[in-house]
Design a protein around this ligand. Structure first.
Ligand code: GAL
Length: 324
């Protein structure tokens, strides 16, 4: 009931602003600053932290934009309230990293009612949801590509990932939040790249670590204590790979220099510390998830909307393999 009231209130406020030409909006226009509302699914996420910092600094350098960035705290109800608040404030555009991709329709409906365009980032809504309105677009990367690159890095190793030489690549999969296509596709396509290369595989362990370093560490520790024949640990992102590396060290599967010994470890994102670990032999490889490219494209799309222009529905930035 409280929620319905809040929604109605937000809509009434938004419509009032539209109908009256908007006192607040007019003042902002007079000052020349356009208002940009940015919703991040969770501030406590290594990759999205780099992303939002780059987004803010790039956009601030392009003109007089009033950018407000809010933390959804991984709670969809909280994020919906934040969107309602932005709408009530009469922002000129929204940039939204959804907590739940499946909630895109709800967010689009609210934004459309107030005629505020939305740039969705990082968590891709379904194609059906993206077809709902011509003032929404998505900026991200094709997660299939990152999974394929992880698998190819392994397939390109001299032993094709078969660290113990028994003819089968036995792996552990530490997944991100499975509601997220990034987690689904990376899990599927990393293994597909191996089987496409004719490599025999066996999944020993697959669990969700929700993109989180501590969970990555705990899951890898559990897997390492249950199985002594793991060839490869695939993590859907680098934060979880950082945790998995700690577990690998604790399990003694490193040499005196901390290099991986008899096991391979893969991540995605190319966080600075992971790129360094790859160079030091502490990780086998990672995949650059280009937060700079993605945040710039997202800002460019937002600015085009504020200028009354249109955007392509899907705007995809490439991943890159990192192996040295
Ligand atoms: C992925 C990224 C993860 C995490 C996730 C959040 O693209 O690889 O590290 O940030 O987005 O949705």
């Amino acid at each position: 009931m409280k929620k319905i009231f809040a929604v109605v209130l937000a809509l009434v406020l938004a419509l009032t602003l539209v109908a009256c030409g908007g006192g607040a909006a007019t003042e902002t226009e007079a000052e020349g600053a356009k208002q940009v509302g940015v919703c991040i699914y969770q501030f406590n996420d290594n990759f999205m932290t780099l992303y939002r910092q780059e987004l803010e600094s790039y956009m601030s350098g392009l003109g007089d934009y009033e950018i407000t960035i809010v933390d959804g705290k991984n709670d969809m109800a909280e994020q919906t309230n934040q969107v309602d608040t932005f709408i009530a404030q009469g922002v000129d555009v929204l940039i939204v990293n959804l907590v739940q991709s499946s909630s895109a329709a709800t967010i689009t409906e609210r934004a459309q009612a107030a005629d505020i365009p939305v740039v969705y980032i990082n968590r891709e809504p379904s194609s059906e949801d993206m077809a709902a309105w011509d003032k929404i677009c998505y900026v991200g990367a094709d997660a299939r590509q990152s999974g394929t690159f992880q698998g190819e890095i392994v397939a390109e190793l001299p032993d094709q990932g078969d660290a113990d030489g028994d003819g089968v690549v036995r792996y552990v999969m530490i997944m991100g939040d499975p509601e997220n296509v990034d987690a689904q596709y990376r899990t599927e396509y990393s293994i597909k790249a191996l089987t496409d290369a004719g490599i025999e595989v066996e999944c020993l362990f697959e669990q969700r670590g929700d993109w989180d370093q501590t969970k990555g560490q705990e899951l890898a520790a559990t897997a390492l204590s249950q199985f002594d024949n793991i060839d490869v640990i695939f993590c859907n992102n680098d934060a979880m790979a950082l945790g998995a590396y700690q577990a690998i060290v604790a399990a003694g599967k490193v040499d005196a220099d901390g290099k991986l010994d008899g096991i391979y470890l893969l991540g995605v994102d190319a966080l600075d510390e992971c790129v360094e670990m790859v160079a030091n032999g502490q990780m086998t490889g990672t995949v650059l998830n280009d937060h700079v490219g993605q945040s710039h494209v997202a800002v460019d799309c937002a600015i085009r909307y504020m200028n009354g222009e249109t955007n392509e529905t899907l705007n995809v930035v490439d991943y890159q393999k990192v192996t040295v």
